[in-house]
Design a protein around this ligand. Structure first.
Ligand code: EPZ
Length: 419
């Protein structure tokens, strides 16, 4: 087990390089199943979740080479032989379910363990399965498994009851070889959806409208190899921006896309942060970042749920009362008891959190309960007086590459210890 120890109340300075987006790279790796030639992902983030999905593909029979020196991953899915991947492996990470669509599209049948829920919610897959059924697949769920069969999928119109990111991705990948045209309506519009569509198109898929609520896929017969560099991680960038706000620091982010950060920039500007972007670089100045704000998480282009916990840490030291409404997941306030231990004043009423800003947070022993709640504790620890010890940091490592190295380079007094 590992812990992160922060001696807080430090100012940050310098620059931090943002990695590629975890939530782009995971579906892109899954999409490599559709191609019987070698694909190379450049600038891939070396993250626990990335290693897990690579292991799942290796279990299927793919040849996967991870180079953590130049951050590339090469995947050759020519010889997939296993159609029932190891349950323990698949259940390590819910996003493994993203292999369902590509395996169905390429092989016409597949059996996969149901992903199950996680700390932030039940995480159902009904919209995924609705889409696969609409394409003509026979879908059975029994004994904790999903079995799909459909040798010749047929394009159709699919309307999603909710703009689910994963369902949009799975259906898009399943439709790539379908006969005719598929239109996904009320599709997710996240930048990671556009990135997946761009990767599929780079392999020869015919996809239009990604990033809007209506995505059109014209079926093709085969896909060819590709070398692709995913987009930057807007949530990692937002996390470091929140670090600037809570420590009243000014520093540079390298590797950002201002368009993808718009809802986060808007809220942090409301808080008093000064943000100047120039191409892929951004100067964030949190020295006057004191104002309370109200936040409601929504599907993109609304404020991202993946930034909710991080903003709660920042607002726990604002000069006033803020209200956060979490509309996407049913249990995404797991950071509250831990922030309360540090002195935050937060009340929860269902999906609403009321944050009364306090003058001081104090360091103490806390534990990460999920990826973004863990990031929120790092943010709070940077501003807290004294030592904050964060346990169960494996949650944080799922989505943040070298978080303590990046913060140490910005001047934080932070270290990781093995126990
Ligand atoms: C993706 O999860 C991200 N994960 C999540 O990031 C992110 O929080 C989420 O999208 C929302 O933006 C990856 O991309 C790997 P959803 P996903 O399907 O696809 C309901 C992180 O911290 N729903 O858009 O699972 C569901 O219950 C992670 O990086 C159904 O009802 O999210 C939830 O309330 C956490 N039926 C809502 O939709 C379904 O079939 C959003 O889920 C599918 C989803």
């Amino acid at each position: 087990m590992e812990k992160i120890i922060i001696n807080g109340d430090t100012t940050l300075k310098g620059e931090v390089a943002i990695s590629s987006a975890k939530n782009s790279v995971l579906p892109i790796i899954a999409a490599c199943i559709l191609c019987a030639e070698e694909c190379v992902i450049e600038g891939a983030p070396m993250l626990e979740d990335v290693f897990v999905i690579c292991s799942v593909l290796q279990d299927l029979g793919c040849i996967v080479e991870i180079n953590n020196v130049n951050n590339t991953i090469s995947i050759n899915s020519k010889n997939i032989i296993n159609k029932e991947p190891n349950i323990e492996l698949v259940r390590k990470m819910r996003a493994s379910f993203l292999i369902m669509g590509p395996m169905l599209a390429r092989f016409g049948s597949f059996k996969l363990s149901m992903p199950g829920g996680c700390n932030i919610g039940n995480r159902p897959i009904d919209l995924h399965l609705k889409g696969l059924k609409a394409l003509g697949a026979k879908v059975d769920t029994e004994h904790g498994f999903v079995l799909v069969e459909g040798n010749k999928l047929t394009g159709c119109k699919i309307n999603l009851d909710f703009p689910s990111v994963g369902a949009t991705e799975n259906i898009m990948m399943a439709a790539v070889f379908a006969e005719g045209t598929t239109i996904i309506q009320n599709a997710a519009e996240e930048p990671e959806i556009i990135d997946l569509a761009n990767f599929l198109s780079s392999m020869g898929a015919k996809i239009f409208g990604a990033g809007t609520g209506s995505i059109t896929i014209h079926g093709v017969t085969t896909l060819h190899k590709s070398v692709y560099k995913p987009i930057f991680d807007r949530i990692e960038a937002g996390t470091y921006m929140a670090c600037a706000g809570i420590t009243k620091s000014k520093f540079k982010l390298i590797g950002v896309n201002e368009e993808h950060l718009r809802p986060i920039i808007s809220k942090l500007t409301e808080c008093g942060m000064i943000i100047e972007s120039n191409g892929e670089e951004m100067i964030v100045d949190g020295r006057e970042c004191y104002k309370p704000v109200d936040i409601k998480t929504l599907p993109y282009p609304g404020f991202p749920t993946d930034m909710q916990a991080q903003m709660m840490s920042l607002l726990s030291m604002s000069h006033g009362t803020s209200v956060i409404t979490e509309t996407v997941f049913e249990n995404r306030f797991m950071q509250v008891p831990e922030l309360t231990r540090m002195g935050a004043n937060i009340k929860i009423d269902g999906r609403v959190a009321i944050i009364d800003g306090v003058k001081k947070l104090t360091g103490c022993e806390v534990k990460a309960t999920d990826l973004r709640a863990g990031a929120a504790l790092v943010i709070a620890g940077l501003a807290a007086t004294g030592i904050t010890t964060i346990n169960d940091v494996y949650h944080i490592d799922r989505g943040y590459m070298n978080i303590e190295k990046k913060l140490k380079a910005l001047g934080a007094d932070i270290k990781r210890i093995k126990i």
